[in-house]
Ligand binder design. Structure first.
Ligand code: RIB
Length: 306
């Protein structure tokens, strides 16, 4: 089976607590529950693309610990090709410490672990996996140098290249922009990359126009309840968000990115792929956790019909 979507990125075990409200610095609060949940932005996007109909391969690293085994088994159970998931001997797997409050807001602290060992050499080693794909998807939870290699190789091979710049820690290298077909930031990432504070559709458009000016092909700013804004050199389009009762927003952005890539791989035009991804992301916020919250294709089709 040749994957049509290849996700290059992180796999984390999420250690999730639910609290009434998020603690202030220096404060201790009681949590109501604790769970270990499969996550990581890369793995979440791979799971979303697979559950939403794409043939998916993952390129990443896990540690030689129990979490590493569980994370790999989780992806395999979701029919994801893991031949390019490398186990790093002596390293711990990535973990994310997540706190979710009663309003479904979260804070996340990520410890990269083995994700920090994904090297440019891995991209060369698994070049065949990249070559067979239609869509390549990256985020920023693995080393920047490695992401840069994927973007450049993706452009060379003529693939559809998607970058979800999360988490963002500063401006992207300028030469990256011309290698990106779809840049998909949320509000705070759009602000960090463009310098424009994003708190409305107007400011999102200004920020996205600046990113297109830097050389990105097309920008889709995900705006939570405000929906998504598509901006290219030719057009601007707003997509309203489906209305749902939010329980936990963890991995909503990942579900959008995975859904969008699956939509493109299935031959949808970009507007339909955005609407499809929005429904998937909306359904994911109605459920707790990262990968457990990601819907199946039939859930999205059922929602669209209702
Ligand atoms: O986007 C959500 C993800 O961010 C979580 O699953 C966590 O692992 C962090 O990477």
């Amino acid at each position: 089976m040749q994957a049509n979507v290849v996700v290059i990125g992180s796999l984390n075990m999420d250690l999730v607590t639910r609290t009434e409200r998020l603690p202030h610095p220096g404060e201790t609060v009681f949590g109501q529950s604790f769970a270990t949940v499969h996550g990581g932005k890369g793995a979440n996007q791979a799971v979303a693309a697979s559950r939403l109909g794409a043939r998916v391969a993952m390129l990443g690293c896990v540690g030689s610990d129990a979490y590493g085994t569980q994370l790999r088994e989780g992806l395999l159970a979701d029919q994801i090709d893991c031949q390019a998931v490398r186990t790093v001997s002596g390293s711990a797997s990535g973990v994310a410490l997540i706190t979710v409050d009663a309003k479904s807001q979260n804070t996340i602290v990520v410890v990269a672990g083995a994700n920090g060992c994904l090297e440019p050499q891995d991209i060369k080693t698994f070049d065949q996996v990249l070559q067979g794909a239609q869509v390549l998807v990256c985020q920023l939870e693995v080393p920047m140098e490695t992401v840069g290699c994927v973007l450049a190789r993706g452009r060379e091979l003529g693939k559809v290249v998607i970058l979800n710049p999360a988490p963002v820690s500063g401006p992207l290298p300028g030469h990256w922009y011309a290698t990106i077909d779809y840049l998909i930031p949320n509000e705070s990432e759009a602000w960090a990359l463009s310098g424009v504070t994003v708190d409305s559709l107007e400011s999102a458009e200004l920020a996205a126009r600046r990113l297109v000016g830097f050389g990105a092909g097309k920008v889709i700013v995900t705006l939570g309840a405000l929906g998504a804004l598509f901006v290219s050199a030719q057009r601007v389009a707003h997509f309203a968000a489906p209305k749902v009762e939010a329980v936990d927003a963890t991995a909503a952005g990942d579900t959008f990115v995975g859904g969008f890539s699956a939509g493109l791989a299935a031959g949808m035009d970009e507007d339909d792929a955005i609407r499809f991804a929005q429904v998937a992301a909306a359904l994911s916020v109605t459920r707790a956790g990262a990968q457990p919250s990601i819907p199946l294709l039939r859930d999205v089709q059922g929602f669209a019909r209702s």
